[in-house]
Design a protein around this ligand. Structure first.
Ligand code: NAD
Length: 441
């Protein structure tokens, strides 16, 4: 049984509302943190080893300590609730069922960073959630946890919810900031990082929903205790949104000491592959991380069981490993066609490219066209090489990581499933009527 720090109270009826949340220990971390100095709060987060839960896994305490503090210039905390990575829906779950956990984490984090005006930027498609968040904010304010002079400490904080308009690119932190400022969501060149020059050119920390929620147990239990959970640099717990061909899709909290095999096949988690089929492959960290075939997914290249943590999932680099990413865990059974699924992703990235950088704007379109051609059995072997060439010219050549995110799934699909691409060329007629599947191995 994995330890639960975030979802521990998710089953309690009415936990979405202040009274029930407070009765079950809510807002204790605010009471505790506001008796500490902001620097001490940052220190606890550093000690916890918490890494950003949006996908990049950057150490949160370190990011916080980078925030510039020019005299007289306001600083901002922005919560990135633009969760748009295909296969990722864990932040939605947190905001929908435990909104006060996020608000509590935001108050403590705002105090630590010196942000008196804090924003939640939420994707437009989560249309029903801003009302839930705004109600939680109003309840927190009515009970003295937000507004002026919080708990008589002299700390003022307001939280505003800003709705996006449904663009994946606005989850990239600098595009998000542009959008927050009322402009088109085009990513900015980094550096300068937002911690130095962010919203309205002010020092700004952008953190993911789950990261900010994790600050609550960190303050309650202390950074050192939090760091004891997990393994190595994968401390604490991680939310995983599991989907695809599994028996029990859903949002799970794991403590990063379980194996991938246990996570997929145990009744406690995904409950195995649907309809008694075999496991073919998995994208474990949201659509932009590399797909792995079952053999590499369950065991590392060294033959050790692959574990559900940052280091183990990445073991072997992109040659034989992948990434933890956002925790969007997409499972494919033996009937899934890798070419078709890669095409679906390529179509998504082409649609979502902001168009600023030529390699991404043009390259995503070419990849989509080639993949569709191959998928329909109208491709040539040279198309596979061309596809490889295009993805390699997008990677690393764009302002923001959307280019990499579009290139990596294509690269991994060809690297691990080249025979499946070739089958689509050699079995052109069949390719149009049925999927490749495991049977062809
Ligand atoms: P990144 O590595 O560029 O940055 C991570 C964070 O650390 C940023 O906030 C950045 O400002 C900060 N940072 C890094 N170096 C810094 C420095 N020297 N000084 C100050 N701050 C510094 O990654 P990213 O572009 O933020 O995120 C990419 C990841 O996002 C991908 O790996 C992908 O998994 C993930 N992603 C998630 C979603 C989702 O819906 N959750 C969607 C798309 C992509």
């Amino acid at each position: 049984m994995s330890r639960k720090l975030l979802l521990e109270n998710a089953h309690i009826e009415g936990i979405r509302y202040y009274d029930v949340y407070r009765k079950n220990g809510g807002y204790r971390s605010v009471e505790k943190a506001l008796k500490m100095t902001p620097e001490e709060v940052v220190e606890e987060v550093k000690k916890s080893g918490l890494r950003g839960r949006g996908g990049a896994g950057f150490p949160t305490g370190m990011k916080w300590s980078f925030i510039a503090k020019p005299e007289g210039v306001p600083r901002h905390l922005v919560c990135n609730a633009d969760e748009s990575e295909p296969g990722t829906f864990k932040d939605r779950y947190l905001m929908e069922f435990l909104p006060h956990l996020l608000i509590e984490g935001l108050i403590v984090s705002s105090y630590a960073l010196g942000s008196n005006t804090t924003y939640i930027y939420i994707r437009g498609e989560y249309a029903w959630i801003p009302d839930i968040l705004e109600q939680a904010i109003a309840e927190a304010k009515a009970n003295g946890f937000l507004g002026k002079n919080i708990l008589n400490t002299g700390f003022d904080c307001e939280i505003y919810v800003q709705r996006g308009a449904g663009a994946y690119i606005c989850g990239e932190e600098t595009a998000l900031i542009e959008s927050l400022e009322g402009k088109r969501g085009n990513p900015r060149i980094k550096p300068p990082f937002p911690a130095v020059k962010g919203a309205w050119d002010r020092p700004t920390v952008v953190n993911n929903v789950e990261t900010l929620a994790a600050v609550v147990p960190i303050i309650n239990m202390g950074g050192e205790e939090y760091a004891k959970i997990g393994v190595g640099r994968s401390t604490g717990t991680k939310l995983i949104s599991a989907c695809g061909n599994i028996n029990k899709p859903g949002v799970y909290e794991i403590d990063m000491t379980i194996s991938v095999e246990e996570f997929i096949f145990s009744e406690e988690w995904c409950g195995g592959i649907k309809n008694g089929k075999r496991l073919k492959a998995c994208i474990p960290g949201g659509s932009s991380v590399p797909i792995l075939p079952a053999n590499l997914l369950l065991k590392t290249a060294k033959g050790e069981p692959r574990m559900m943590n940052y280091e183990s999932l990445a073991d072997g680099g992109f040659a034989t490993g992948t990434m933890m990413g956002s925790g969007g865990f997409i499972v494919f059974d033996e009937d899934q066609c890798v070419v078709k699924n890669t095409y679906t992703l390529a179509r998504f990235y082409r649609h979502e490219s902001c168009g600023q950088c030529s390699p991404c704007r043009e390259g995503t379109g070419w990849m989509e066209k080639l993949l569709l051609r191959l998928e329909k059995g109208q491709g040539k072997t040279s198309d596979i090489d061309l596809l490889w060439d295009i993805q390699s010219k997008i990677e690393g050549n764009t302002i923001c990581p959307l280019g990499d995110a579009a290139a990596w799934p294509v690269a991994a699909a060809i690297r691990h499933f080249r025979d499946e691409f070739e089958w689509h060329v050699t079995h052109a007629a069949e390719a149009q009527t049925r999927n490749y599947g495991l049977a062809h191995y």
